[in-house]
Ligand binder design. Structure first.
Ligand SMILES: NC(=O)c1ccc[n+]([C@@H]2O[C@H](COP(=O)([O-])OP(=O)(O)OC[C@H]3O[C@@H](n4cnc5c(N)ncnc54)[C@H](OP(=O)(O)O)[C@@H]3O)[C@@H](O)[C@H]2O)c1
Length: 379
């Protein structure tokens, strides 16, 4: 078993293992507006008492989940109180749809907390301060890089611009339309249904004037039977040409916006001012290439159909001269896995490779499939 010997970083080996387990649990959560958060309790002997995680907006936060799990697994209140709470994000200090995590930790009598990264969300920040004021020992920075990687989407969204997901439906050879411009449908119904699910998660869907004029998409989030889903994103079009008065994207509400610019940063600023924190660029090849050139793709979702198409590439005009300039991505294993089959098609999810960082599939070691092994020894 791991020891409680202080680690070079000021954390014990057991705490580091617990944080790795919390990160793996967090990665199984639901990608959406909320951060992916995991928590673990590790006892004085360095044994893992329980691991928990957050399962999406409105459900228990990770800290509350792990406390419930520890009790359900038979840990006594004394053993829980004597344990160290290890959590991937600073515990929140505000009561939203669920109670403040700081209060749950204090109510359980936990006296030692380790978190990976601070919470930049203003309404929630101050958790560490609140806990310290109540006499709890709080340490931070354990596996902080892995925690930041896991929640880059959310950390961007509480920053200064929306998080940008680019979605592409393409052939095996990277084509998104045939030579004559026809592009419906490259992927099958299951992949398209998942694409609609992606739309429903975003605050806004963005396409170019070029795509609106070529395809006249409605950009609504629809169920497989064609009916409208409960959550609808805003619809935005970017480009200098006017959007026809009868374009389907205008819809019948006030949630349409034309951004008369070709500058990705300007478009994002406009969307951010509207309250958009997560934008989905739904196809639009030259627009997607412009965001890639500007380094403004945070997540790439590729639906790959088993077909060879030739025709038009998904990312024209990247302006790259040599392989050294290639824009590299790494598979994103969090939130359901980097590769998922939808009928004959495959969904691939990527995040940009960090400059100078690993470029292989080992770039996110903390997000491997969750290991649920816990020691339920009673204290
Ligand atoms: N398979 C798929 O997933 C998928 C999805 C969508 C579309 N498509 C296909 O893509 C084709 C449309 O492609 P497209 O070549 O017209 O590319 P596009 O990216 O859809 O549109 C290009 C137009 O977008 C505007 N624009 C805005 N910002 C831009 C920027 N930074 N850089 C370049 N253009 C910018 C420009 O119009 P302004 O002159 O108005 O500024 C430009 O002419 C259609 O055949 C459509 O069917 C396929």
């Amino acid at each position: 078993m791991t020891t409680t010997t202080p680690h070079a970083t000021g954390f014990t080996v057991a705490e580091e293992h617990a944080m790795a387990a919390a990160l793996r649990a967090a990665a199984t959560g639901v990608r959406g507006a909320n951060p992916l958060v995991g928590a673990a309790l590790v006892d004085r002997d360095g044994r893992l008492v329980a691991v928990g995680h957050h399962r999406g907006a409105g459900t228990d936060h990770a800290e509350v989940d792990v406390l419930h799990r520890a009790a359900a697994a038979g840990a006594t209140p004394e053993r829980i109180a004597a344990a160290t709470m290890v959590v991937t994000l600073e515990p929140c200090n505000h009561t939203g749809r669920t109670g403040a995590c700081t209060e749950a930790i204090l109510a359980a009598g936990v006296r030692s907390v380790v978190h990976a990264i601070g919470d930049p969300h203003r309404a929630a920040a101050g958790g560490a301060h609140r806990l310290r004021a109540a006499g709890v020992e709080v340490r931070d920075g354990l596996l902080g890089d892995a925690a930041r990687d896991l929640n880059r989407r959310w950390l961007t969204a509480v920053g200064t611009r929306p998080f940008v997901t680019v979605k592409v439906a393409q052939s095996l050879d990277g084509g998104i339309a045939a030579a004559d411009g026809t592009s419906r449908w490259i992927t099958g119904p299951a992949a398209r249904a998942d694409g609609h699910r992606l739309r429903a998660l975003a605050d806004a869907v963005l396409v170019s004037t070029g795509t609106v004029l070529a395809d006249d998409p409605a950009l609504t989030a629809r169920r497989p039977d064609g009916s409208l889903g409960d959550r609808q994103p805003r619809r935005a079009v970017m480009g200098l040409r006017p959007v026809p008065a009868d374009a389907a994207i205008r819809g019948h509400d006030d949630r349409f916006r034309h951004l008369p610019t070709r500058d990705p940063a300007e478009a994002l600023a406009g969307l951010y001012a509207d309250g958009v924190r997560h934008v989905l660029i739904d196809g639009s090849p030259r627009l997607s290439a412009a965001f890639a050139r500007a380094g403004l793709i945070d997540e790439l979702v590729v639906y790959q159909a088993p077909v060879l198409l030739g025709g038009r590439p998904a990312f024209p005009d990247l302006g790259l001269a040599t392989l050294d300039d290639a824009l590299r991505f790494v598979p994103d294993e969090a939130g359901g896995g980097a590769a998922t089959r939808f009928g004959p098609d495959t969904r691939l999810r990527f995040v940009p490779a960090r400059r100078g960082g690993p470029t292989g599939s080992d770039a996110h070691p903390a997000t491997d499939p969750v290991d649920d092994t816990v020691d339920t020894t009673k204290g």
